[in-house]
Write a protein that binds this ligand. Sequence first.
Ligand SMILES: [Cu+2]
Length: 188
Amino acid sequence: MKVKRSRVAVVGAPLVAVMALLAFLVPNVSAAESSESVTTLEIKMEGKKMGFFGPKTVHEGEELRIVNDTSPSMVGPHTFSLVTKSSLPKTAKLRKECFTPGRICMGIAGWYGLKGEESPKNPLVKAGKEGWDTMGTTKKKGDSYFFGKKGESFEQVVSAKAGTTLYFMCAVHAWMQGQIKVLPPVTQ
Ligand SMILES: [Cu+2]
């Protein structure tokens, strides 16, 4: 009898603790889920190819995160810069000469207020609405983030309207280019 009662007491106590823990955790779980909609693009090497890797779609209103998995001491810094489709340097010649006056890499440096290949003081260039929405040109600012450290990540909301395709490139490595299609917002 005595033994049984003490066992009940032992089993009972953790159960109360678990209930209390659940009551504490449950409201936070739903909050965490709603901010969980983050799409991540990685800057990394795959084999010998360095580039942006990740999904080809993102939802309007979702967070788009870019993570730099490469080492700046090995490959230099990167930018994730939204540029118009026609601004992407498509030929090897254009990519090679990208950092010359009138070309898009130099243009992106200009968005940062730079005249050459220095590092910007502020890594973020904001254009248009808050978040990722504006693709720039050699003359017009677009949204951009400069990655100067390994493991660095940056995220902000996708404020471009559904149906838009966002084109992007790295101003340091002109062959690093990509695109992501904006889908309608996720309804809950
Ligand atoms: Cu790069």
